[in-house]
Write a protein that binds this ligand. Structure first.
Ligand SMILES: Nc1nc2c(ncn2[C@@H]2O[C@H](COP(=O)(O)OP(=O)(O)OP(=O)(O)O)[C@@H](O)[C@H]2O)c(=O)[nH]1
Length: 318
């Protein structure tokens, strides 16, 4: 996952403390103007390098997969994040420049060198103060994005949709190792779960979507709508679960209306799955499923996998 390895974002104060205390240490090893030069060099390098690392640890949003872009945007407003990252790039260059600019002025007697070095430190500190909010914003974005589950836009994905309590997670847990891998993320109080299964050496992702694809669009808030839009980039096939028994607590007509909406939103095969078929099968569906009895589980998976028709790219054969 592209956001998984993002390192903790330092705060301005932390960076200043680190830079100035290392600078003091390096100054103690020398004397006179040389000590001042060494201090400035150390402080400016540490600040500039650490700031640069913040920027380079992020992926380039111009080339990021649209699924990730929209997910990230739903959580953190990518435009704002990019502005902050470019401010940090500026601060990295500026702190290096200040180091270089003052180096010449420090080639003088010890007292004057000390005065100029202090001036340079004040300027370094004020650059860091200026980007304090940007570092905070980047840190928050990083913390949020790190919690996204393991979803790979390059792997085939089966998205499971349907009203609450229709049996989505029972199915996903039954056919995948989801119990071990399910992760959630904070689009909604419920989060989205991911499980995996392997067929013919191909790994498929099953994405459970409680709180997102489980109600009419009019009831989705902006973030949830964006999560749906992100899912359209991800899904290779959608299974809409409909509980014809009504045991889930939602009228069958509403469930079928949601299916219609999903069919028009997604450009990939969308199947209607009559879930809890041990209780009722009173609707027209592509598949009838009872996880309770084990009925239709294999057929449903085979159907979805066939509809996806995923062909892995083979290495070049000579
Ligand atoms: N009779 C019967 N009950 C089932 C079947 N599958 C699931 N259930 C029951 O239906 C209830 C809801 O199932 P879940 O899998 O939690 O439903 P869900 O759609 O994931 O619900 P949310 O996570 O709230 O969106 C549970 O009590 C399950 O035990 C089935 O095949 N037959």
């Amino acid at each position: 996952m592209i956001f998984e390895d993002l390192p903790t974002t330092p705060r301005s104060e932390e960076l200043i403390d680190k830079a100035f205390s290392r600078a003091a240490r390096s100054g103690r090893a020398k004397s006179g103007a040389e000590a001042q030069q060494s201090m400035l060099q150390t402080a400016s390098n540490i600040l500039s390098d650490n700031l640069e690392n913040v920027v380079t640890s992020w992926p380039d949003f111009d080339t990021v997969d649209p699924f990730y872009y929209e997910l990230a945007d739903a959580l953190v407003e990518v435009d704002e994040l990019r502005k902050s990252l470019s401010e940090i790039g500026w601060a990295s260059r500026k702190t290096r420049e200040i180091g270089q600019e003052y180096q010449g002025r420090l080639r003088t007697d010890a007292d004057l060198a000390r005065k100029h070095r202090k001036q340079a430190f004040a300027r370094l500190a004020s650059v860091l103060e200026e980007v304090e909010d940007d570092l905070l914003r980047i840190g928050e974005a990083r913390d949020q994005l790190k919690t996204l589950p393991e979803i790979h836009p390059d792997e085939p994905a089966i998205v499971v949709a349907g009203y609450p309590n229709v049996g989505k997670s029972t199915f996903v847990n039954d056919v995948t190792n989801a119990r071990h891998e399910t992760a959630t993320y904070p689009f909604t109080t419920k989060g989205i779960g991911v499980g995996h299964l392997t067929r013919d050496h191909i790994r498929y992702q099953l994405v459970d979507t409680p709180g997102v694809l489980d109600r009419p669009p009019a009831e989705r808030n902006e973030i949830e709508s964006q999560a749906v839009s992100a899912l359209t980039h991800l899904a290779d096939c959608v299974l809409v679960f409909v509980d014809a028994s009504g045991a889930c607590g939602y009228p069958v007509e509403d469930q079928l209306a949601l299916r219609e909406e999903i069919t028009t939103t997604f450009d990939v095969p969308v199947f209607t799955v009559c879930s809890k078929a041990d209780r009722s099968r009173e609707i027209e569906a592509d598949f009838y499923l009872s996880v309770e009895d084990g009925e239709g589980v294999a057929e449903l998976l085979d159907g979805a996998i066939e509809a996806i028709g995923y062909e892995p790219e083979l290495p070049f054969e000579s």
